[in-house]
Write a protein that binds this ligand. Structure first.
Ligand SMILES: C[S@@+](CC[C@H](N)C(=O)[O-])C[C@H]1O[C@@H](n2cnc3c(N)ncnc32)[C@H](O)[C@@H]1O
Length: 284
């Protein structure tokens, strides 16, 4: 017999779903598709109850009238997919190490941007690899040689990323040597979790940035990771985002996109290098 404690779930009407689609597109380029109604209803229903609203209409009014903008940020948090993991799509890290090796041998600083960093596994994986490369360089410490900007639109994931604490199952893909070098094992109430060591965390600056807005950053990057986020954008938004990212690449710098993504079908100024790796032509 079916369980009787199935929670009561509100479903967005067609008009309400269209309202959310328009808002998601306008505010952060998200391309919500038909067929996602029940997922979106479930996620927004939770937010609606947290805000003590009795209907989606009331919740949308509350979001649009919140002068702090925090309610909108929370709504966006509920719609984004934050799946990530340490060392995800490892070929990109092999490639990063080649770029890093050249830079470090020339004693030039390396600036990397993880542009949709989710809960932090991607920027910390970047650091682990760069620290491994720095270990091979005589007289070179990573501090000063490496800077990683890590950004996301979601304040919720950024707060997890800044804390840098991960449950054992999240770090099980890292070998024991790397765990010893880069993580602190939790004891007592923290048993079963790991914390990123301060010497690693210091290399990363976390910021909330919306990739579809015009950004003003103070530097250009040799490598930008923008992985598994553009898949959620429509083509015009992808074009705008890639154009902005290309502007923040150093000439000869690389844009890495998710392995399931590609820039095929959108117009851009970058050269194809390998699947999911693009390069800004030197001299631009
Ligand atoms: C699936 S995760 C990808 C994480 C990581 N890059 C990886 O490949 O494992 C997508 C991330 O993109 C973020 N995101 C979605 N729209 C964004 C936007 N307009 N600007 C910045 N980040 C965005 C989400 O909050 C989410 O954390």
């Amino acid at each position: 017999m079916a369980s009787l404690d199935i929670p009561f779930v509100e479903t967005l009407s067609e008009r309400e779903f269209e309202h959310v689609c328009a808002l998601a597109r306008r505010q952060f380029g998200l391309d919500l598709r038909r067929g996602k109604e029940s997922l979106v209803s479930a996620r927004l229903g939770k937010k609606m109850r947290e805000a003590n609203c009795k209907s989606f209409q009331e919740y949308f009014r509350y979001v649009s009238r919140d002068p702090s903008g925090q309610a909108l940020v929370n709504l966006i948090d509920a719609l984004t997919t934050n799946h990530t993991s340490f060392l995800r799509e490892p070929r990109h890290f092999d490639f990063l190490r080649k770029v890093a090796l050249e830079r470090m041998s020339a004693r030039e600083r390396l600036d990397i941007w993880s542009a949709a960093c989710s809960t932090g596994e991607e920027p910390y994986s970047i650091c682990f690899h760069l620290l491994e490369e720095a270990r091979k360089q005589p007289f070179q410490s990573a501090e000063g040689a490496v800077r990683v900007l890590a950004s996301d639109i979601s304040t919720r994931v950024l707060s997890t990323a800044r804390q840098g604490i991960y449950a054992e199952e999240r770090v099980q893909g890292l070998d024991e040597e790397w765990k010893r070098r880069y993580l602190l094992r939790g004891h007592g109430p923290q048993a079963g979790s790991y914390r990123i060591k301060p010497a690693v965390a210091r290399l990363v600056e976390f910021r909330r940035l919306n990739l579809i807005e015009k950004l003003t950053l103070d530097r250009r990057f040799q490598v930008i990771f923008c992985r598994n986020v553009m898949i959620y954008f429509d083509k015009p938004t992808q074009e705008k985002v890639v154009s902005q990212l290309a502007g923040y690449l150093e000439p000869g710098g690389y844009l890495l996109v998710g392995h399931a993504e590609s820039l095929t079908g959108i117009s851009h100024s970058l050269e194809y290098v390998h699947p999911a790796i693009y390069r800004k032509p030197a001299g631009r």
